[in-house]
Design a protein around this ligand. Structure first.
Ligand code: SF4
Length: 88
């Protein structure tokens, strides 16, 4: 918990199952394709996520940490924000 009484992203996600991460396609590739400069395209990341067997688990994890950015679970941060608003 920080000084504002809010949980850090790690505290928000530590209760989530992360076993799926060992099955992720991006684990060997590294984060560069998934966290690019503003205005860049996630073309390669999108193709990789479409082939990944743990997209659903990854998306659940990413939705639990708003503001993390990047292309995760086959979605951009913008798309995840919209999903979060529609769910509330
Ligand atoms: S869905 Fe995409 S970002 Fe998530 S683990 Fe798979 S390859 Fe990585």
């Amino acid at each position: 918990m920080n000084e504002h009484g809010k949980k850090s992203w790690w505290e928000r996600t530590e209760s989530l199952d992360t076993q799926w991460m060992s099955k992720s396609l991006c684990v060997e590739i590294g984060p560069d394709l998934f966290f690019i400069e503003q205005g860049g395209a996630y073309t390669e990341a999108k193709q990789i996520c479409q082939m990944c067997s743990v997209t659903s688990e990854c998306l659940t994890w990413a939705l639990a940490q708003p503001g993390i950015g990047g292309f995760l679970g086959g979605t951009t941060e913008h798309q995840r924000r919209r999903m979060g608003r529609q769910a509330s």
